[in-house]
Design a protein around this ligand. Structure first.
Ligand code: CP
Length: 306
């Protein structure tokens, strides 16, 4: 049966373990996978801007020996002439074996998949979900910590619109002994549907705070996020909130030696560049891991086994 990926919970814990295991094997034995997707084509359809997700998908397919096609903005496709997303997807599914799409409307990949002849991967839908970023985050946690259990994970910044936060909270809530610390201004708190539908439902302990400094010493992972300008209705609110948390070396001194600092990127001001040289900074490792885990995902959804 054809599989799509809309949400991280579309994958079971066992399937995530398997993807991580394949990604780790790709890292160790890249040559083994160099022709795995010979003559297969990946389309990247990005109706919203991206650097990492689109290019890592494309690099992933090229490293598997496949080919790529697609567009990087809605304006360069017939969407600009009024074509519906479903017609665009139906069309591209005649040309490609698998599609990764990003769209500003929540749920667009689900609608698109109804007309698609090939697997659809959600590469970010509005402020909703970003499951392949979560897979990159999970591979990073696996490589840094060696476990998904017994972790205190702090999320800081725009927890309302940050789709990577929603997906990672969902993913980690399936493991034992996880605690969350949510640090945000009142206007950008984690949504009620995550609190009720994920945290309360799974009995996951969490606290909500306004100040970052007080919680840093307790964390195994600090996941910083950008305030999502593109999701605000009002520019004045964005300007007021955009620099509410800035992680610099002074604040990082409060963290443990084995703290992992993560960020899905792009960053604006929320992590000072000086932090990049700290061995606890993991955000460029996430970027690299994104390619390996997307290679593993492409293999899985295309049903390629070696
Ligand atoms: N993390 C992430 O989704 O980055 P891009 O917006 O550059 O793809």
């Amino acid at each position: 049966m054809m599989r799509h990926l809309f949400d991280i919970v579309d994958l079971s814990v066992e399937e995530i373990d398997e993807l991580i295991s394949v990604a780790n094997d790709i890292i160790k034995n890249p040559d083994k996978y160099a022709n795995a997707c010979n003559r297969k084509k990946l389309a990247t359809l990005f109706f919203e801007p991206s650097t990492r997700t689109r290019l890592s998908f494309e690099a992933a397919m090229l490293e598997l020996g496949g080919s790529i096609l697609g567009f990087s903005s809605a304006n360069s496709s017939s969407s600009a002439k009024g074509e519906s997303v479903t017609d665009t997807i139906r069309t591209v599914s005649c040309y490609a074996d698998i599609i990764a799409m990003r769209h500003p409307k929540e749920g667009a990949p689900v609608a698109a998949a109804r007309r698609s002849l090939v697997p659809i991967i959600n590469a970010g839908d509005g402020g909703h979900n970003h499951p392949t970023q979560t897979l990159a985050d999970l591979l990073t946690i696996n490589r840094e910590k060696g476990r998904f259990t017994n972790l205190t994970v702090g999320f800081c910044g725009d927890l309302k619109f940050g789709r990577t936060v929603h997906s990672l909270v969902n993913a980690l809530s399936r493991y034992e002994d996880i605690k969350f610390v949510f640090v945000s201004p009142d206007e950008l708190k984690i949504p009620k549907y995550i609190k009720e539908g994920v945290l309360a439902k799974n009995n996951i302990p969490y606290v909500e705070e306004n100040r970052l400094e007080g919680v840093i010493p307790n964390l195994d992972i600090l996941y910083m996020t950008r305030v999502q300008r593109e999701r605000f209705f009002n520019e004045a609110d964005y300007i007021r909130l955009r620099d509410c948390y800035i992680l610099d070396n002074e604040k990082l001194k409060l963290g443990r030696e084995d703290l992992s600092v993560m960020h899905p990127l792009p960053r604006v001001n929320e992590i000072a560049v000086e932090v990049d040289d700290d061995p606890r900074a993991c955000y460029f490792k996430q970027v690299e891991n994104g390619k390996y885990i997307r290679m593993a995902l492409i293999l899985k959804l295309l049903g390629v086994t070696l």
